[in-house]
Structures are given as structure tokens and as C-alpha cells.
Write a protein that binds this ligand. Structure first.
Ligand code: NOJ
Length: 554
């Protein structure tokens, strides 16, 4: 315990309205000066997280990995990548976070291992029809010599979802399924070893004090590989997924058996370990992963995908609050993560901009209105933090960071760039290492040049510069997270009247949040001003802004 600092209470419901901060470890802070962020780097920056006031951090994978997909290609689920530290460093980090009142969520990647995982190496070495191969999804190819993939299923990152291996005798042989990169072979979740091993992994981290798990691609673990294979399978287009569990690869009903058994493991601990599903399926289906008998919570990416539009925001909020009330879960809200263009940037581009096409122009066309994007991002986060449920923040958004859209092609790391034939630049622009200081070789990230180059404008938004500036985005986040504590229970909101471009609601206790999505100033309801995303003049709220107020009693 830090003297006088916050403590972690054993509240089993802590996750329901938590502010969770996502750390992408390789790009957060680099303690050993090799250009890659690491666990001791995070440890050295725990003060930043404490000052921000977050309830938990979610650490994206820090496990051994060849980084074919930013660490989501895991070689060993129960170890730390030597470039990022050791298990002792992980323990030290968890203790320091806990001592500062911050819980820890780690990433679990159960759909696929990496191709360097001991099981996959053994599967290749053991040959066809071996028990080792049965832990993955191997099939013979079509064509006279098996030279064609078993079917035409596409992978998320472009090209086929099947790759062919060289058999131990040196000839080309079977094909294996990978919904993502070829370096990410899909596991066979009909195999008991796979179930047992993941329960071991959950216990391994839970025993080390980890409070929860973020479950990668939670909707894809179970597959129907019966023949004839279904063709015209769409992958990655959520709107085209059926709502009845009939897709051969995505959101099948039997996937829920896995999470019901994990729940039993989570409940062995006190307080029970928590989990959040990354299930990119339509909202009503997503709710199935979030029940109390399963993972408890599921990411809601609806706002992250929505344009800056009051009516759209309102219907998403309404739908998600009602779904979570039905399942006993709490809603989750998020605007950015390591997979999408940062929201300050999205909101600064004309509505409907094709973000992949925009990135291919290095952010030149259409031009980005940086100021407008940031102004809307500040308004949006106040709106989010006033909602019932938990909010997931992505590292750097507290600085108002924009996407780094002009990364040179030769530095890109994302498999999307490589596999999609250069037709999409991918996700590196939101993964550029954070600026901590206004100058220096990596703006305080570490001693050396970072693994992705930072643009010169990073200096002007660095943590150090924003710390003492009352009008900075960092200070807005700190104040909002602090003030929000008064809002937490009960998890309810009542809409207040307003025109189509205004979203106003009241929380129990007389807290009001008013967001003006339009351009014309609007009159604020009477009340004491708590916080606003822009400076206010009088009782008017200008466009692209949010204000929090409390009704004055009597
Ligand atoms: C979702 C993760 O967020 C993403 O970064 C990753 O590429 C895929 N799952 C595959 O693991």
C-alpha cells in the first residue's frame, strides 16, 4: 500500500463502472532503451496512471512473440517476452498497480497460438493424423496433388485463411486454418487439451494476482468444418453475420460452453476474476457473451464505429443500456483502441471518409481538421464518462493524440499492410510510442529511437507539457475521471429534452450531461457547472462541446 494512497477493496462488482485504460506495452514506455516499450517502463509510469485516476489497466499481450501481429501471435501464454521483461517484472508491476488502487486485466488469446508455439512446432514435426496435429485444424488440399486450399475462406488480414506446410519429409503437405495471419494457426476447440491448457493459463495469471481477462476474438473459437464446406463465407463484416449462430466460423452457439466453464474457474477466486469479451458480432448476439454465467462483460464497439451524430449516439446508448439490463451485465463504452484510427482524427475528417483510403494518402486527402477533431473528442469523452457502465480508454487519448497517418511504408509492421498487397496501411498509426517529454530522441519514451517513428508534433502534446496546463486534454481527463465518482450508482439515466443535435441526460442525484453535436450554441439547463470540454461564456454551450452540471437543491 502506498501511504495515503487508494486501496483496492474486495468489491466483486468493481468492473461494472470502472474506467479501464488500455496499455499497448510495446508503445507505452521503454525502460531499457532498446526502442521497444516494456514492463519496467510501465512500472516507472504508474504515477501517470494514478494521477489519471483509472480503476484498472488492460495490458495488451506482453508474452513471447515474433510480432507477426503485434503480440497477438503468442509463443507461450505463461511467460513474458524477454524484450519486455521477466515474470518477476510482471509481478512487480502488478503489485505496484495494486498498491496504487489500480486493477490489472491481461489479454487472453485463445483462438490461435503463434506458429512458434511448442504445440504447433510439434504438430508440424509429428506428421499427418498425429495427436499433435489434432490440436489445430489441418486438412488436405484440393486438386490432384492437394495444391489448392481446402476451400475459399478468406482471412481477416486478406488472402486465404489456409496455408500449406512443408511436411517433415520435406514435401509440401497439408493445409492449416488461420483466420488471421499465417503465423497465427487456429486452435481446435473440440480438443480437450486446448480447454485444459487455457484453464491452466487463466489460473497461472489469476494466481499471480491478475484481476481479469480480455478475451481476444471471443466469438470465433468454435468452428463447423463439416463437409461440404460452406462457400460465400464473409469474414470481418459484422453486418453480414447471421443472428442465429449458423455461420461456420463466427459466433456459433457452442462457443458459449467454453465461457460457462471459464466462469467456474473465475469464481474459484475471491473476488471472482472478471472478463470482457472482444466479440465483434451484432449487439443482441454480443450480449450472450456478457451474461453472469459467462464472461460478464463484452466490448461494445458501436460508438467507436459511429459518426459524430447525436441521434446515432442516442440510439446506440439506448440499445446497449437495455441489453445490459436484460443480461445483468453493465455496458462498456469505448472510442479508440489499438485496432482503429484514433477518434480525435475520425471526428476531424468529413463524415463518411474511407479511413483506409485516407491513410493511403498519408493523411493528405481529405484534409484533417485537427482542431475540430480534438474538440469533438473532448466532448465525446465527457459524454462517455457520464454514462452508466464502464469506459475503456486507449493510451494516448488522454493527450488528445491524433493518428500518425504519414508513417512511411517501409516502417509499417501491421500484417494487414503486408498481406493485403499494400491496399491498406493498417493499424500502426495508432500504435506509435507515446510522447512523455517535449523533446529528446523519443520524446521521453526511451533512450533511443522508438520502434515506430514519432512525428515532430508529438513534442507539443507530450505528457510533461500538458501536466501543468489547466486547459489541456490531460487535465480534462483527470478532472472528469475524478468527478465521475459521484455519478456511479445507481446505473440509470433519464433523457432530457433537446433538439436533434443535442444529447442531454440526467443521472440519479441531479447530475446532467449535455452534449451539443451541432454548431449553434444552445442554452444549458439551470444547475451548477461541474466541468466542460470547452471554456463557457455564460449559460450557453457552443457546438461540439459537453458540459456537466448538477441541479441545485431547493
Ligand atoms: C483482435 C486484436 O485486437 C487484434 O489486434 C488482433 O490482430 C486480432 N484480434 C487477432 O488476434
Amino acid at each position: 500500500m502506498t501511504a495515503g494512497g487508494p486501496s483496492i477493496q474486495d468489491d466483486p462488482q468493481w468492473w461494472r463502472q470502472a474506467v479501464v485504460y488500455q496499455i499497448y506495452p510495446r508503445s507505452f514506455a521503454d525502460a531499457n532503451g532498446d526502442g521497444v516499450g516494456d514492463l519496467p517502463g510501465i512500472l516507472a509510469r504508474v504515477g501517470h496512471l494514478r494521477e489519471l485516476g483509472v480503476d484498472a489497466v488492460w495490458l495488451s499481450p506482453f508474452y513471447p512473440s515474433a510480432l507477426a501481429d503485434g503480440g497477438y501471435d503468442v509463443d507461450d501464454y505463461r511467460d513474458v517476452d524477454p524484450r519486455l521483461g521477466t515474470l518477476a517484472d510482471a509481478d512487480a508491476l502488478f503489485s505496484a498497480l495494486h498498491a496504487n488502487g489500480i486493477r490489472v486485466i491481461v489479454d487472453l488469446v485463445p483462438n490461435h497460438t503463434s506458429n512458434r508455439h511448442a504445440w504447433f512446432r510439434a504438430a508440424i514435426a509429428a506428421g499427418r493424423d498425429s495427436p499433435e496435429r489434432a490440436r489445430y485444424i489441418f486438412r488436405d488440399g484440393r486438386g490432384a496433388a492437394g495444391e489448392l486450399p481446402p476451400n475459399d475462406w478468406p482471412s481477416h488480414f486478406g488472402a486465404s485463411a489456409w496455408s500449406r506446410i512443408v511436411e517433415p519429409d520435406g514435401v509440401l503437405g497439408q493445409w492449416y486454418l488461420h483466420l488471421f495471419a499465417p503465423e497465427q494457426p487456429d486452435l481446435n476447440w473440440d480438443h480437450p487439451d486446448v480447454h485444459a491448457d487455457f484453464e491452466n493459463t487463466i489460473r497461472f495469471w489469476a494466481d499471480r494476482g491478475v484481476d481479469g481477462f480480455r478475451v481476444d476474438v471471443a466469438h470465433a473459437l468454435k468452428k463447423d468444418l463439416s463437409e461440404p464446406y460452406r462457400d460465400e463465407v464473409t469474414i470481418g463484416v459484422m453486418d453480414e453475420y447471421p443472428l442465429d449462430g449458423s455461420h461456420p466460423l463466427i459466433d456459433r452457439d457452442d462457443v458459449h460452453e467454453i465461457y460457462r466453464s471459464w466462469r467456474k474457474v473465475f469464481d474459484e477466486y475471491s473476488p471472482p476474476r472478471v472478463a470482457v469479451a472482444e466479440a465483434t458480432v451484432p449487439a443482441p448476439r454480443r450480449a450472450l457473451y456478457a451474461t453472469e454465467e459467462e464472461l460478464g462483460q463484452a466490448f461494445n464497439f458501436d460508438l467507436l464505429e459511429a459518426p459524430w451524430d447525436a441521434r446515432r449516439f442516442r440510439s446506440i446508448i439506448q440499445e446497449n443500456l437495455s441489453i445490459s439490463a436484460d443480461t445483468g451485465s453493465s455496458s462498456t463504452w469505448t472510442l479508440s483502441n489499438h485496432d482503429v484510427v484514433r477518434h480525435a482524427t475520425r471526428y476531424g475528417l468529413p463524415r463518411g471518409t474511407d479511413l483506409d483510403a485516407w491513410l493511403l494518402t498519408d493523411g493528405a486527402t481529405p484534409p484533417l481538421d485537427r482542431e475540430r477533431g480534438l474538440r469533438r473528442a473532448r466532448a465525446a469523452v465527457l459524454l462517455l464518462l457520464a454514462l452508466p457502465g464502464s469506459t475503456y480508454l486507449y493510451q494516448g487519448e488522454e493527450l488528445g493524440l491524433h493518428e500518425v497517418a504519414d508513417l512511411p511504408r517501409e516502417v509499417l509492421q501491421d500484417p494487414i499492410w503486408k498481406r493485403d498487397g499494400g491496399s491498406r496501411k493498417g493499424r500502426d498509426g495508432c500504435r506509435v510510442p507515446l510522447p512523455w517529454a517535449p523533446d529528446g530522441p523519443s520524446f521521453g519514451f526511451g533512450a533511443k529511437a522508438p520502434h515506430l517513428p514519432q512525428p515532430s508534433w508529438f513534442g507539443s502534446v507530450a505528457v510533461e507539457g500538458q501536466r501543468g496546463d489547466a486547459s489541456s486534454t490531460l487535465q480534462l481527463y483527470r478532472a472528469a475521471i475524478r468527478e465521475r465518482r459521484a455519478l456511479l450508482a445507481p446505473e440509470r439515466l433519464d433523457w432530457l429534452p433537446g433538439d436533434d443535435s443535442v444529447l442531454a441526460f440526467e443521472r440519479p442525484g441531479g447530475w446532467m450531461s449535455v452534449t451539443n453535436f451541432g454548431q449553434e450554441p444552445i442554452a444549458l439547463p439551470p444547475g451548477r457547472l461541474v466541468l466542460s470540454s470547452v471554456d463557457l461564456e455564460g449559460e450557453l454551450l457552443p457546438g461540439d462541446a459537453t458540459a456537466w452540471l448538477v441541479r441545485e437543491q431547493g
